[in-house]
Write a protein that binds this ligand. Sequence first.
Ligand code: PEP
Ligand code: MN
Length: 376
Amino acid sequence: MQSAELAPLPFDSWGLGLKRPLLVAGPCSAESEDQVMAAAHGIKADGRAQVFRAGLWKPRTRPGQFEGVGDAGLAWLQRVKHETGLLVTTEVATPAHAEACLAAGIDMLWIGARTTPNPFSVQAIADALQGSDVPVLVKNPINPDLHLWTGALERLHRAGLRRLAAVHRGFSWFERTPYRNSPMWEFPIRLKAAHPGLEMIFDPSHVAGHPDRIGLVAQQALDLGFSGLMIEVHPNPAEARSDAEQQVTPGAFSTLLDSLMFRSALPTSGMRSSLEELRDLIDQLDEDMAQKLSARMDIAERIGDYKRAHQVAILQPERWERILQRQLRLARHLGLSEAFVREFMDAIHRESIRRQTFEGAQEASVGSEEHSSKGT
Ligand code: PEP
Ligand code: MN
């Protein structure tokens, strides 16, 4: 099997004294020497992060935005390392970035969500890093594609790199979600299940997209047994030249860490029993499914309102047949049995129809009134 190829080392064997959960913190972008030093000293004063991050080359989705200070920032990261003792990391997207970082003694590199999905770019970086054994953190691709994520790790592994970790930063998704990038926990969970030895870091800043939601998703990741967190910390978030809406001050970073329960920071190398870990994963997936079912029923109800207003029949057998066939195709692809998927979809269809009928709609609205009257 291809997956057997990946044998990354655990943090304990990276030779850097990394603790679990590993905390990586720093601004989205390095903007000036003063800004970098202010962030670094603030993070150092808190004392819990071991690694300082700052993007020097910024991959922006649209042109015409701040694209980073480039090579000039390498000296600032060296100063951070020298003055604070923090390890330093930055994003690399080309062989030239990788070489510049190696020459400057940057402790760790990361590959960003816009680079991971490009096999040519990842291979070119892997070739440039061959023989260096520098640690590399690989962010998931922007789109939910597990093979591209695994493929990037494999390319680095084939280049002889063993100090590898994955960073989950959420996925861009067409549905509206409360997050900037949907966490879709099933993807990191499947990556971890295929490669149990792989260290997984969670980036709640890029998932949440707003300081208010960082704590909630960060806690979920810790409960799922992630190995660490990467959080964007800026001395003056409002003035940040990238990701201004999601960065937190060093003070807010400390408060955030105080609010988290670091369950896995236990003795015995921080590992809970794998049974417990797997049960947590199941609980999380069940919660995700309940949320999706509830969203689906709400939409079905809206369709019911439309059908009533336009005097269209509630039951539309051809439409249902199309939905079912689509699900069965998907099921085959995902290795789910046809009988199971038929039974599951039938149950969903029955409930949708019930909710679309007048009786169902009425019952739901009485339910929500009861709910709101309890709340006031
Ligand atoms: C970042 O870490 O600032 C960044 C650009 O992240 P991502 O590649 O996950 O979008
Ligand atoms: Mn960012």
